[in-house]
Design a protein around this ligand. Structure first.
Ligand code: CP
Length: 318
């Protein structure tokens, strides 16, 4: 019997919270098709703008690459030279993009849930472009989460029963939050480790906290998180932070690497603080999937953009 093809179609792509297993698997399969060279034929132009109000290398450039591969027309936007610096609100900035003819806006912003006011419109608001969330504060990072799922799926071919560790600065990590939600929904077992002061009991419903040396030898997937110093304003642990002490207590070093399961893989969303979360000489070791994660980012973002183009019937897609 022929496999039923599910087409994902969304007005906006801001979170993984409302994605079911079927939609996730459809996005992963579509990304794999794009990775194998699948091309989209657009019958009308689609205009996209990438609005990064926080720094980014991977997400920004891979959204640009994804847009280019899909045949979208990309408009440049530099927040530092924009009228945001004259006090223009995010909503008015997006209203401007809409008026100019932009169809899709990919946005990264330091404010948690910044996108809510752009999609829950009041009766007198007429903003009508698709929002794709490229990371909101410590909230969600759907494209990183889905590229991580693709990397795990490529490796193991399933999620059910996989033991996945999320280690590090969990409280401040949008990657951790998106990943713990989706991994548990897909049937994986999530475990946590790292400094207790960057762990919150709100995560207990997703998985168990264990000491890093007890945890690592049992894991199929080890996700290391960046220590996010830029989000530690007012955090008393920041002043006493020692990179060497963190590496000693929680970092993936040679001794810990040697105790991993033979088939285990190591992931990191990047950017890496080398010799803090991960010993520098192990970043490209056999079990590392850091490079594959970045590669997969292009193809999963193509699938995400396509889903919003279909949801809005852009480019002649439906
Ligand atoms: N993983 C990630 O979001 O990296 P960038 O900040 O470089 O986009």
């Amino acid at each position: 019997m022929k496999e039923k093809i599910i087409v994902v179609s969304l007005k906006h792509f801001v979170s993984v919270e409302n994605l079911g297993e079927t939609e996730v698997m459809a996005l992963l399969k579509r990304a794999q098709e794009f990775k194998a060279g699948k091309q989209l034929e657009l019958s009308q132009p689609v205009y996209a703008v990438n609005m990064f109000f926080e720094n980014s290398t991977r997400t920004h450039t891979s959204f640009e690459m994804a847009e280019s591969k899909l045949g979208l027309k990309e408009l440049a936007f530099n927040p530092a030279q924009s009228s945001v610096n004259k006090g223009e609100s995010l909503y008015d900035t997006l209203l401007t993009m809409d008026a100019l003819g932009v169809d899709l806006a990919v946005i990264r912003h330091s404010k948690d849930n910044y996108y809510q006011e752009l999609i829950d419109l009041k009766a007198d608001q007429h903003l009508n472009l698709g929002i794709i969330n490229a990371g909101d504060g410590s909230g969600q990072h759907p494209s990183q989460c889905l590229l991580d799922m693709l990397t795990i799926y490529e490796e193991f071919g399933h999620f059910a029963g996989l033991k996945v560790a999320i280690i590090g600065d969990i409280t401040n990590s949008r990657v951790a939050k998106s990943n713990m939600q989706l991994l548990t929904r897909l049937g994986a077992e999530v475990y946590f480790s790292g400094p207790k002061y960057w762990y919150s009991h709100e995560f207990d419903s997703y998985g168990q906290y264990l000491d890093v040396d007890e945890l690592l030898p049992k894991m199929d997937v080890v996700m290391l998180l960046r220590v996010q110093h830029e989000r530690h304003a007012g955090d008393q642990n920041e002043a006493g932070f020692s990179a060497a002490a963190y590496h000693e207590k929680y970092g993936l070093n040679q001794a810990r690497y040697a105790k991993l399961k033979p088939q285990a893989i190591i992931m990191h969303p990047g950017p890496i603080n080398r010799d803090v979360e991960w010993a520098s000489e192990l970043v490209e070791a056999d079990k590392s999937r850091f490079y594959q994660q970045m590669q997969n980012g292009v193809f999963i973002r193509m699938a995400m953009i396509e889903a919003v183009m279909r949801g809005r019937k852009l480019g002649g897609l439906n």
